[in-house]
Structure formats: C-alpha cells, structure tokens
Design a protein around this ligand. Sequence first.
Ligand SMILES: [Zn+2]
Length: 132
Amino acid sequence: MKNKAHKGLLDQLVARKQELIALEQHSSPDKIQNLDLGHGDDMDIAESIVEQEMSITMKLRSSNEIIMIDEAIEKIKKGDYGTCENCERQIENKRLKARPFVKFCIECQEEMERNNEESASPGTLPQFGKLE
Ligand SMILES: [Zn+2]
C-alpha cells in the first residue's frame, strides 16, 4: 500500500534525475575545452567565462539535486520513504507533496530551524511553508 502510494513519485523522481543527468552532460567540460582563446576577441572570452561559471554553478546545483533524488529513490525502494530521519515518525503526505526531499517531520524541522536561527541572523532563512 505504501509502495503503491509512492509509485507515481518514484517515476517522477527517476524522470527528473534523467533530466538532470542530460543537463549535466549538456554542460560537460568539452564545451570548456572548446574555448578558443587564441582567436576570439575579449568580449567573446568574457562571455565564455561567464557562461562557464554559470554552467558550473548549475552543475553543482543539479548534482545536489541528483543526490537528494537518489536518497529519496533508495528510501522508496526500502519502503521507509516519508519517515522522519530524526524521530522516525511518518511525515505528512501534504508536506511530502510540497517538498519531496524532506527528511524530517514538521516538528523536527521546526526544532532545527529554531536552532539555526540562533546562529544565523533572523529573516534571512528561507521560509518553509506551513502545511497544516
Ligand atoms: Zn521528526
């Protein structure tokens, strides 16, 4: 029953992962090697460098997402997807729908955010949707 409920999500995660991998391959280093420093004018080089930096940033971001997707896929397969890693309670479905990669239930998440707020300056933390 549990697995069936997450079947759609699993497909979604696999599809998203493939998308990200395709994206990574698209922005692979051979593009950087093709950079022709000998002939292009300064503007071209500057643009290429900006482009490179952007693709590296995007790559990092997509790698992180791939890791999170992998974790979620693993959990779905093991059948423990949707349980809080801290207190092992079931995370609300609504919460999972909104944020498929959450690892903690709302109570633990809030607790952690409270702890974070003590070290970070207030107002700069991303707002986690209140799902009630
Ligand atoms: Zn918890």
